[in-house]
Design a protein around this ligand. Structure first.
Ligand code: FES
Length: 161
């Protein structure tokens, strides 16, 4: 009697990763682009995603982790629906960004690099956003806000669902 073992059913993650890798012609040299695409679609790169990329693209898991943990564009932790970036570059610091960060931190009850329990907000800091003369600068979901007042911030956060 021959016993047959069923191959495991593909998970949602493996199917997603498989589609992305196919779109990039299974090209190992496109590892960064593949990870960027997955990051933008999924919001973060879980261990399961990185393992699938490694196996399906046949790239060592250490290499995948090295890239995913090196670039700031990748997140290995779940991120909120709204990403708030406070610039702590020198020019923004001189113009008061540490105080701005404290205000935002208190409003959202989050420290930098934290995500709210309801997955609404992630608070991050960055070193320069390239518009130093307009500082202090805060970016909320890719929209730049210069010198926002506490009431501007409150309205902004209240409108972000
Ligand atoms: S230092 Fe903040 S934008 Fe350059």
């Amino acid at each position: 009697m021959v016993s047959r073992t069923k191959s495991p059913k593909p998970t949602k993650v493996s199917t997603t990763v498989s589609k992305v890798i196919r779109n990039y012609q299974q090209d190992k040299d496109k590892l960064i682009q593949i990870l960027l695409y997955l990051q933008s679609t999924l919001g973060w790169l879980s261990r399961e995603v990185l393992t699938e990329v490694s196996e399906q693209l046949q790239v060592p898991i250490t290499q995948v982790y090295q890239i995913a943990s090196y670039y700031k564009a990748f997140s290995l932790m779940p991120r909120g629906r709204h990403i708030i970036k406070v610039c702590l570059g020198t020019a923004c610091q001189v113009r008061g960004s540490p105080r701005l960060l404290d205000t935002i931190s208190a409003m959202l009850n989050l420290k930098p690099c934290e995500t709210s329990e309801d997955m609404r907000f992630t608070l991050e800091t960055v070193n320069c956003l390239g518009c130093c003369a307009m500082g202090p600068v805060v970016v909320v979901d890719e929209t730049y806000h210069t010198k926002p007042s506490p009431s501007d911030l409150r309205k902004l956060f209240e409108s972000a669902k």
